[in-house]
Design a protein around this ligand. Structure first.
Ligand SMILES: *Cc1c(COP(=O)(O)O)cnc(C)c1O
Length: 430
């Protein structure tokens, strides 16, 4: 599986369009999404449910990349969306996304955010802690209304890219702990609250997960919990939300199972669990973020300066960096990049791809093999669609890039490039 495609004149293409052309038309730094890839991934997840006759909901975790256009694509694909702030709710609603298909997550939702969510008709609150239960009760009373709720539980399983750990005592800022009885207490309180419609439970065990082992442990624990609750407390869940975290390929060193195949294995495990119990499977929700937008996103940069240091690998600098993609600086995330023209030429050197921000740590790629490059060449960084633009900042007062959606050889600007005026508009004189 290659991380990019080329046309017959050996140019990198995105959504059928040449990356060089896109850079020329919209300028750099530029974030481009191949919308067909986004649609295909959502549909591939949906097909895994359909193939097994399991009712399933794909809820796009929009913190991975949030703007009006992405909510519109998700809506067109009949998927739901997760939101984690009032701002994401407002963006989804501005896009015409149905409020009932939103689920609101977060470990510290404010009273104002809960009020906003309830008044705007957000479909589901994923309840995280006892403080929030009190706030939600207050908001529902004040608005004289009711709402669907899932309880976020911590199953004591946390998965990492290539491994998983099972912790006896769950150490996480999110959710109600199962083993200590917090989850049970939250369930009983919700069950007895006439304004809360407790529909089921939710868990999320990590991100960029490659292996099914952690997920299997998770669903075993969740199914056990629900079985216990239905036998002892007459609570029958009709929704089981197993979270997101499906891993993607960032570089050639990564070799993940396709995200939909990982989901397929989890669904098979759920079928085994429920057939042992002789019970029907509840509606299964998943919350993929990275796997939906990550591989579909490409960052286009223009090469500027170069610094050669005798005996060390050269620095090649581009016109973006940690302001539009903080992941390498924040957690040593690895990426690959290729020239937009003739990306397959054999490399002649290994460079450090440097950003333009005033931090020594602003290195986008530490070991990047490249052919001969010159100032003005367009470089395409691959699989940058998740947690890149959504974490962008105005550090050094650099404007955030424009974002373009490309599909079937058509390009459309979906976020304008920020201007200096945009950045200054909230500043007041003193
Ligand atoms: C971040 C998050 C997701 C999405 O995770 P990905 O790794 O992007 O798939 C899903 N659910 C919850 C609760 C999250 O916090």
């Amino acid at each position: 599986m290659s991380l990019y495609t080329v046309n017959n004149v050996n140019q990198v293409t995105i959504g059928g369009l040449s990356a060089t052309q896109l850079a020329r038309q919209y300028g750099t730094p530029l974030q481009v999404f191949d919308v067909t890839m986004i649609r295909n991934q959502i549909q591939a997840f949906q097909k895994e449910f359909e193939d097994r006759g399991i009712r399933g909901i794909v809820s796009y975790a929009s913190k991975a990349f949030s703007c009006k256009a992405i909510y519109q694509v998700v809506k067109q694909e009949h998927a739901h969306s997760d939101v984690v702030s009032g701002g994401e709710i407002a963006t989804a609603l501005a896009a015409g996304f149905p409020s009932t298909s939103l689920s609101f997550h977060g470990n510290n939702k404010s009273l104002a955010e809960l009020n906003f969510a309830v008044q705007k008709g957000v479909g589901t609150i994923i309840l995280d802690n006892f403080h929030e239960l009190e706030l939600l009760d207050q908001v529902l009373n004040e608005n004289n209304t009711q709402i669907d709720v899932l309880l976020r539980v911590t199953p004591g399983v946390s998965a990492h890219t290539h491994s998983y750990i099972q912790t006896g005592q769950t150490d996480s800022k999110f959710g109600f702990d199962i083993d200590s009885g917090q989850a049970l207490k939250a369930m009983r309180l919700s069950q007895n609250n006439p304004r809360i419609h407790l529909r089921g439970i939710h868990a999320h065990i990590g991100s960029q997960i490659f292996e099914v082992t952690g997920f299997k442990l998770e669903v075993k624990k969740l199914v056990n919990l629900l079985t216990n609750w239905s036998q002892k407390y007459q609570f029958t869940a009709d929704i089981l939300n197993i979270g997101g975290g499906f891993g993607i390929k960032y570089t050639h060193a990564d070799d993940p199972l396709a995200p939909e195949l990982l989901l397929g294995e989890i669904l098979d495990e759920l079928q085994v669990q429920y057939s042992k119990l002789g019970q029907p499977i509840p509606t299964i929700w998943i919350e993929p973020g990275r796997s939906i937008v990550g591989p579909a996103g490409f960052s286009l940069y223009t090469i500027g300066s170069r610094k050669d240091v005798p005996g060390l690998s050269p620095y090649v600098a581009v016109d973006g960096g940690m302001g539009d993609n903080i992941r390498p600086a924040l957690y040593q995330a690895d990426y690959e990049a290729v020239l937009a023209e003739n990306p397959n030429q054999p490399p002649i050197e290994t460079v450090r791809l440097a950003g333009k921000f005033c931090e020594s740590g602003d290195i986008l790629i530490n070991h990047l093999p490249l052919p001969t490059t010159k100032t003005g060449d367009v470089l395409v960084m691959l699989a940058t669609g998740a947690y890149g633009y959504s974490m962008a900042s105005n550090y050094n007062r650099n404007p955030r890039p424009a974002v373009v959606f490309a599909e079937n050889s058509q390009a459309q600007l979906v976020i304008q490039r920020e201007t200096y005026a945009d950045m200054i508009q909230n500043d007041l004189d003193y």
